[in-house]
Design a protein around this ligand. Structure first.
Ligand SMILES: Cc1cc2nc3c(=O)[nH]c(=O)nc-3n(C[C@H](O)[C@H](O)[C@H](O)COP(=O)(O)OP(=O)(O)OC[C@H]3O[C@@H](n4cnc5c(N)ncnc54)[C@H](O)[C@@H]3O)c2cc1C
Length: 411
């Protein structure tokens, strides 16, 4: 990785410019490594936030205290990038998923045995994922502009021109916007985003449990909002607790012991007594979707393209599949001697990616709204739905494989 700070006041040309070195931009850059070698592809990554190389947590929005549920399909992508064995050092393993609804009978259990794989998925601390990604990026032959912000993006024949706050101007054949949910660059291009605020906050914290979680992840729907407990290493679990903003803020302010007591009341005793509590953080929740997901010479990925409710843990997994589809489409076009980012390439990218995104986005949202509504009788219907899933083996296998992100196909 060549730090481009030395090359100020220059105009440079690259094949691919990735704006944003967060979870999605950094993963894409790493996935492009074989293309850098095979096609002598010139890649630049521009990341606004400073990274010190050892501990990214205090600098980088992607790599904060959160942990992400990584589907088994995402693990395979990280294996292909050659970083899974390092990531696995701090990954929790999801062997079973327990989905329940407070006050109703139906529950469903998904298990790795249903799909004959070593795990349904994993739980990775974001800070660890960021550190491993950036360490590996440092070994690649690409331009790394950091801390550097892209101030302007302008279309030009054959691509876009990017003006960096370092004084460098980049001309790129394919530009990837992976600059997160607040992307002002999308606005500069006139791309609007539809946003729906859920009126909920997610409270995130790590908790220690009295009993070993034995690889169980729990999704529990309550009238006040869904909660998830995801297995980290040993007896630690990552809590994602969704509540209305005022209630969430109250929970965030509570002293640790009444907080753990309230959690215990909501969750029950399956994991023994909750003990230690880590730092609590709040995230206002919304779902968003850019009205255009690609244009000639432009791909939009990650939160810049779509944000989902975290209840189904699909946001990053979906974005990673989008990044892999972009890599595959680019590979095919380069192999045919075509330039990166052409209108034909971007149409093909959209054709390959659209079905996955158009299935996962509404499915995640309807999961939230289904459990949000309080109509009489609906709770029992939902319970029956969960129970139905429990007895229908083929349906369960289908849901499990979809949740594991095992539907990424090349083309
Ligand atoms: C509470 C919560 C829990 C979640 N849990 C899960 C989960 O379990 N599983 C899952 O799959 N997903 C989960 N998600 C979703 C997941 O976190 C997101 O999909 C992911 O963080 C998106 O990453 P990103 O790289 O697109 O955006 P970001 O993380 O926002 O990164 C964007 C990057 O771009 C940089 N940038 C911005 N503007 C510029 C500019 N002009 N120039 C240069 N750089 C710029 C920023 O500094 C930043 O580093 C969760 C989300 C939330 C809120």
């Amino acid at each position: 990785m060549r730090n481009a700070l030395a090359d100020r006041d220059e105009t440079q040309t690259v094949d691919v410019a990735i704006i944003g070195g967060g979870l999605v931009g950094a993963s894409l850059a790493l996935a492009l490594a074989p293309l850098i070698e095979r096609f002598d592809l010139k890649v630049a990554v521009i990341e606004a936030a400073a990274l010190d190389g050892s501990d990214t947590r205090s600098y980088q929005p992607s790599f904060d205290e959160r942990a992400s549920a990584i589907a088994y399909g995402s693990r395979r992508h990280f294996e292909a990038m050659g970083i899974w064995s390092q990531l696995a050092e701090r990954a929790g393993n999801i062997h079973h998923i327990h989905i329940s609804q407070r006050g109703h009978l139906g529950t469903t259990r998904l298990s790795r045995d249903d799909v004959h794989l070593p795990a349904l998925g994993h739980v990775l601390p974001n800070a660890w994922l960021g550190r491993v990604l950036h360490e590996r990026l440092a070994t690649l032959s690409l331009q790394w502009h950091c801390p550097t912000r892209v101030d302007r993006i302008e279309p030009q024949p054959g691509g876009h021109q990017l003006t960096l706050d370092s004084g460098i101007v980049l001309n790129a054949g394919l530009t990837v916007l992976a600059d997160g949910g607040r992307s002002p660059l999308k606005q500069q291009l006139g791309i609007e985003t539809d946003v729906h605020h859920f009126g909920q906050h997610a409270l995130i914290a790590n908790v220690e449990t009295g009993r070993d979680h034995q690889g169980w992840a729990f999704e529990r729907f309550t009238p006040e909002g869904p909660m998830a407990l995801l297995p980290l290493t040993s007896r630690r679990m990552a809590l994602i607790w969704t509540r209305e903003p005022e209630a969430a803020e109250q929970l965030a302010r509570m002293a640790p012991s009444p907080f753990l007591h309230t959690l215990q009341q909501q969750f029950g005793d399956r994991l023994g007594r909750f003990r230690k509590l880590g730092t609590r953080q709040l995230y206002p929740l919304s779902t968003a979707r850019a009205r255009e997901q690609s244009r000639p010479h432009l791909a939009i990925l990650g939160n810049a393209a779509h944000a989902l409710h975290p209840v189904a843990g699909q946001g990053f997994n979906l974005a990673l599949r989008g990044a892999m589809t972009l890599r595959d489409t680019l590979t095919d076009h380069l192999a045919e001697g075509k330039a990166p980012g052409s209108a034909a390439m971007m149409r093909e990218f959209e054709r390959r990616r659209g079905a996955d995104r158009d299935l996962i986005m509404p499915a995640s949202n309807s999961l939230v709204t289904l459990f949000e509504h309080q109509w009489p009788g609906l709770g029992h219907l939902r319970g029956a739905g969960l129970a139905g899933l429990e007895v229908s083996a083929p349906l369960k296998r289908l849901v499990t494989r979809r949740a594991m992100g095992l539907f990424h196909r090349r083309g």
